[in-house]
Design a protein. Structure first.
Length: 268
């Protein structure tokens, strides 16, 4: 029987050995992962269909994979080199762009690795974001599967004012998940409250991401998706050369995820 620890070890091994877990300059993109598990029948998934959370566009685990039993969710934190490169204000850092796009290729490899391990163990498994019917509405910033919300359900973290997920390894990185009909014990969720670890949302004692955002997209009310999208489009004027050279489809920002108290850990 496949142990949960084997999945963790396989992800670490891929991150250590895969040459694509490097920027063109040779910097490592991801540090060691966090892995969590959540029961496919967890009532939290039904709640995600609520407009106040994701909305009816969200598809339940069993709607992706009939007979779904467990979701494996993971967080791939960016290395300090990648994060520091993005400390500068405004312009996208070249390394952050590589981490966004090359890093997502590595993330897909990890999704495929987990699917393969589960199927070789006799189960069925899919990674929703790799499925042909995965849909992301760029205008509304909504998708029918949300890696961050699934990571919350799997106990990997809670949301911050900037709407990123604050994990014990911080916020800057990428998330992934796989649905399977194999059974793994669920992780313990530290909180049923979506915003437990962001000091601003507890007593207004942080708010660093408000100042970090060059577009003014983050306020005491949260993050304005339209303003964030507008800023990313605006950044295209700075990133044309790198996008042309590497065929990256758009720019990346992420200033709100670095040089802030939740960058590397849960803030005190
Ligand atoms: S920077 Fe501060 S206010 Fe913003 S999400 Fe992180 S902890 Fe919360
Ligand atoms: S990604 Fe950039 S524009 Fe969007 S909220 Fe974060 S800092 Fe602001």
């Amino acid at each position: 029987m496949l142990e949960s620890s084997s999945l963790n070890e396989a992800i670490i091994s891929l991150l250590d050995s895969d040459s694509e877990n490097r920027t063109p300059a040779g910097d490592k993109i991801y540090d060691q992962p966090l892995v969590g598990f959540v029961d496919a029948a967890d009532p939290l998934f039904e709640k995600m269909k609520d407009d106040a959370i994701i909305g009816s566009v969200f598809r339940l685990p069993g709607e992706w994979l009939p007979g779904a039993v467990t979701i494996i969710s993971y967080f791939l934190p960016f290395t300090m080199a990648i994060k520091k490169a993005n400390y500068k204000i405004n312009e996208p850092s070249e390394d952050w762009m590589h981490a966004r796009f090359l890093g997502e290729k590595v993330n897909d490899k990890i999704r495929n690795l987990i699917v393969r391990m589960l199927t070789e163990s006799g189960g069925r498994a899919i990674a929703p974001v790799c499925e042909p019917d995965f849909a992301y509405d760029h205008d509304r910033g909504l998708s029918n599967w949300s890696e961050r919300h699934v990571a919350f359900a799997a106990g990997l973290g809670t949301f911050g004012l900037s709407r990123g997920l604050i994990t014990e390894k911080g916020m800057a990185g990428r998330f992934g998940s796989v649905i399977t009909d194999l059974n793994f014990p669920p992780s313990i969720r530290s909180s049923e409250v979506y915003y437990k670890d962001c000091p601003f949302l507890i007593d207004k004692s942080c708010g660093a991401c408000i100042d970090r955002c060059p577009a003014g997209a983050i306020s005491e009310e949260g993050m304005d998706k339209a303003a964030c999208k507008g800023q990313i489009e605006k950044l295209d004027q700075f990133s044309g050369a790198i996008r042309d050279k590497y065929s990256y489809p758009y720019s990346a920002c992420g200033k709100c995820q670095v040089d802030v108290p939740c960058e590397n850990s849960i803030p005190d």
